[in-house]
Design a protein around this ligand. Sequence first.
Ligand SMILES: NC(=O)c1ccc[n+]([C@@H]2O[C@H](COP(=O)([O-])OP(=O)(O)OC[C@H]3O[C@@H](n4cnc5c(N)ncnc54)[C@H](OP(=O)(O)O)[C@@H]3O)[C@@H](O)[C@H]2O)c1
Length: 284
Amino acid sequence: MGEKVCLITGATSGIGKATAMGLASMGASVVMVGRDRGRGEAALAEVKEGSLNASVDLMLADLSSQQEIRRLADEFKETYLRLDVLINNAGLFRSKRVTIADGLEMTFAVNHLAHFLLTNLLLDLLKASAPSRIVNVSSGDHASGTIDFDDLQQEKRYKGAKAYSQSKLANVLFTYELAKRLEGTGVSANCLHPGAGIRTNFGSGVSGIFGFTVRALTPLMKSPEKGADTSIYLASSPEVEGLSGRYFVKKAAARSSDLSHDKRLARRLWEVSADLTNLRVQNL
Ligand SMILES: NC(=O)c1ccc[n+]([C@@H]2O[C@H](COP(=O)([O-])OP(=O)(O)OC[C@H]3O[C@@H](n4cnc5c(N)ncnc54)[C@H](OP(=O)(O)O)[C@@H]3O)[C@@H](O)[C@H]2O)c1
C-alpha cells in the first residue's frame, strides 16, 4: 500500500480507527476524518504511534453538515493529488428522532446522504487515480430495511431500528447503483457487513432496549480489529482488484437482501439523494 492514499470517515473510534491502523501499518498514507478535534487528535496520535507510519493525517468535518462535507472534499483535493481508497465508514444509531438542517433526519443524513455526497464530490479524483476503490460500510441489518419514500425522514413515526436499517439498506443500494455508473472507469465500489456485535462506541449513546442489549453484550463482543478485517481486505487485497458492485461478509462475497437488488429502487434513491444534497452537477 506504499503509494496509496486512503480516506476514512468515522476514523476516531471503533471499526474506522482499526481500519486506519491496519492500512497505515501496511504503509498507506491515511487521512482520518473526525468531527471532534480532541478525539481526532487522540486517534491520530494512536494510529501514528501504533503503525509506525508518519503519513497519517486528520481532517475535521461533521458529516451531518453538507456544508462541512463540501469543505472536507475541497480541503482534501487541495492537499492530496490522488485518492486510491475512499472508505465510507462513519455511522450512528439514534433512539430518538434528531433533525439537522433542512429537516433531514440524522441517521439517514449521516449514514447515507453524507457518504453519497462525499463520494460524488471526490469522484473526479478517484477516477484520475484509477484503479481506485470505494468501500461502503453497511450492516447485516440492511436486510430488515425498506426505503420509505413517503416518509424518508420518518416524520410520521420514528423508530431507531427502522431508521438505521433503512440507512444501511441505502448503503447497499447506493453501492450497486454507483458500481453500475462507474463501469469502465477503473473505480470499484463494494460494500460490507463488518460482523455483528463488534465492540465499539456504537451503542454508547443509545437508550432503550437496543442500548441496553448492546451494553449487556459488550464483554462478549468481537474486537474492532476483527470488525475492520473486511474493510481492510476490500481496500487493499489484490484478490478483489476489478471486482465491483458486491456485498462482502467475512472477506467473502455474499448475497445481500432481495430488496437491495431492486434496480428501480436504487435509481430512485440516487435521484432523491441527489436532490437532497443539491448535487446538481453530477460526474456520473
Ligand atoms: N459495531 C458493530 O457491531 C457494527 C455492526 C454492523 C455495522 N456497523 C457499522 O460500522 C460503522 C462503524 O461503526 P462503529 O461500530 O465503529 O461505531 P463507533 O465506534 O461509534 O464509530 C462511529 C464513527 O462514526 C463517527 N461519526 C458519527 N457521527 C458522525 C458525524 N455526524 N460526523 C462525523 N463523524 C461521525 C464517530 O465519530 P465520533 O468519535 O466523533 O463519535 C466514529 O468515529 C458504522 O457505519 C456502523 O453502522 C457496526
